[in-house]
Design a protein around this ligand. Sequence first.
Ligand code: GLV
Ligand code: GLV
Length: 348
Amino acid sequence: MKVVVCRNLGEDAVGILKAKKELDLVVWPGPDDKAADRRWLLENVEGAVGVIVMLTDKVDDELLDAAGPSLRVVSTMSVGYEHVDLKAVGRRGLKLGYTPDVLTEAVADLCIMLALMASRVNNGVSIVQAGTWRDYSWKPFGFCGPQLSTTSPSQTRTAGFLGFGRIAQATLRRLVPFGITHVLYSGNPGSPPDSERDAALQTQHNLRELRKVDLKELARESDVLFVLAPGGPSTYHVVNEEFLREMKETAVLVNASRGTLVDSEALAEALGRERPRPFGAGLDVVEGEPNVGAEHPLVKEPRCVIVPHVASATFETRTAMATRAAYNLVGALFDEPMPSSVDLSSFQ
Ligand code: GLV
Ligand code: GLV
């Protein structure tokens, strides 16, 4: 039973796969810092029963045809699955595994880091790294930014979430000690808010407000705004020029979902203005990544902090994602439980 594995998954996950003696593993021979070569993948997938992919590997008709009728499962080591053509997978009756839950806490940690960096770092790290700190004497309003935490109990701060799933709720839990008392969210237009869940969260975190709102109100009212919705065509450029124009001058924007949700050019423009709006941005993902070079308008923008898609990059979490991907594959092939699978019934 051939299984194609698109990257080195680490000892734990490989151990899970090797424990099944029937499996014949074909692993992308590297270099490991490059995505599996498409031609290698198309050639090697023929006759495979399963394939473990990353978000850098496109799963489409071409790949599935190359695999042929032997294929039973696609397992992605990611929570997002925009790189997978769900219709193509569902139509063939294949199972699709993914890795939610295990990365929630690591991503929420990074969301807080990006919010703080976007509001406070404000070019400070780059001047120190450039060796030019000596040119900037300490001064009353040097490197100032808006404060994430409240400065008095009477002050109110609103956190906004574009997408209010597991990661957003874990981020909210971290924000409560900063004094956030108002929470607004948008997402799934057309579906009603989950009022039971919202009431429970409001009580649990002692919030004065927790409400689903439209995009305009979300942009207008948020002091810190987290973009945490899935990518794909339905969320393409939801944060566009019009959205950014509504944001507060003191707000910060964080994106830890997919680069496609934020219009990079519009954001660079908004941050580069004489009176920027929002104040700053912290991005884990950027459209077109990893082709984001020194000439990119957001890379050059001092109010924008960018890290290279590392929200889940802790040893603990990446190991958990890799092992989850392995268990998903094994579960599908050996009629064992599949810990996390995408419901494809509407495509079958
Ligand atoms: C990372 O972006 C993931 O989808 O897991
Ligand atoms: C800052 O370093 C202060 O002493 O206030």
